[in-house]
Design a protein around this ligand. Structure first.
Ligand code: GDP
Length: 298
């Protein structure tokens, strides 16, 4: 991910490096090249506009044509602004003051929610928590079984619908799952929900009903970083239909151009909290906007 974007931005900036003094035209040419690189990487237009306008303004204010090491200054500005559009400072997950903490996973089918449930479960376990995964995706035929396999791999217990605890009713499965966590002293509940291939009103309502039933501390919107330009429409639809407090970018190990990854935090104003980087339970990390910006500028 980001390979081509990273090459082009680095190149645009390194063309400034050899020069002792920079003219306004040099700076404008570099910013123009960065702008084109972002657009070619499928970064959403409003994000590109905001980014380039701010970099241009800051470059003007810094009076780069007068400072001693202008190239370094502009690299710093670009780094800071990339960090900003990627969501800025990383915040910690919220935990309930009393009773089990609930995290709800939302996103399209195939986004990587079930896989993420296992990764998050393992990560929470390693942080000293006792998580429970709840299989409230009753839409996809194998989703419950998949979560059970994922939970086994992660060493995390799974609450699956059985006769008497809400077969066929995802809201009931989620509600009884949280009740079970309370009774059996699990301190964090991760609720997997159903997705559809496209944004769908019924699915959105179901996720909203589960949200209302379990009152989560975090709603994590999982988005496949490979979906390109559709990222913005999908993120906006979920923001409106369910609402979310954190973004998880999945499939960052792919070779997509990275635009979705770069747009979602900025468009929705919700920070990216985790990155999923493969199919295995350990392919998962906290997302740090500044480190991602450094990777792009490397
Ligand atoms: P869900 O429908 O949202 O629950 O999505 P799944 O968790 O079932 O994931 C859909 C597919 O994407 C599965 O084949 C996963 O193995 C794969 N997948 C999930 N996360 C990642 C990731 O970070 N990288 C890669 N390469 N594949 C992933």
């Amino acid at each position: 991910m980001f390979a081509s974007l990273s090459d082009r931005i680095t190149q645009a900036l390194s063309s400034l490096r050899g020069k002792g003094r920079l003219s306004d035209a040099d700076i404008a040419a570099s910013i123009g090249e960065i702008r084109r690189a972002l657009l070619d990487a499928d970064v959403a237009l409003p994000v590109v506009r905001d980014f380039t306008a701010t970099v241009r303004e800051r470059a003007e204010q810094a009076e780069l044509s007068k400072v001693l090491n202008p190239a370094q200054q502009i690299v710093k500005i670009v780094h800071e602004e990339l960090t900003r559009i990627l969501g800025g400072h990383t915040r910690d997950l919220r935990f309930a003051k009393r009773g089990p903490t609930v995290y709800l996973l939302a996103g399209l089918q195939g986004a990587g929610k079930t896989t993420l449930a296992g990764k998050l479960g393992k990560w929470l376990r390693e942080q000293g928590h006792t998580p429970l995964l709840v299989a409230a995706d009753l839409q996809r035929p194998n989703a419950v079984q998949q979560l059970q396999i994922v939970g086994d791999g992660a060493g995390v217990a799974v609450w699956a619908p059985e006769p008497g605890n809400g077969v066929g009713n995802p809201v009931e499965v989620a509600r009884t799952g949280v009740q079970h966590a309370r009774d059996a002293f699990y301190d964090v509940v991760v609720v997997d929900t159903a997705g559809r291939l496209g944004v769908d009103a019924e699915m959105m309502q179901q996720a909203a009903d589960i949200r209302d039933a379990v009152d989560p501390q975090e709603i994590l919107f999982v988005i496949d970083a490979m979906i390109g330009q559709d990222a913005v429409t999908t993120a906006n639809a979920f923001a409106e239909g369910v609402g979310f407090t954190g973004v998880v970018l999945s499939k960052l190990d792919g070779d997509a151009r990275g635009g979705a990854a770069l747009s979602v935090a900025s468009i929705t104003g919700v920070p990216v909290m985790f990155a999923s980087t493969g199919e295995k339970v350990g392919d998962f990390e906290r997302f740090h906007a500044d480190r991602m910006a450094s990777r792009i500028l490397d």
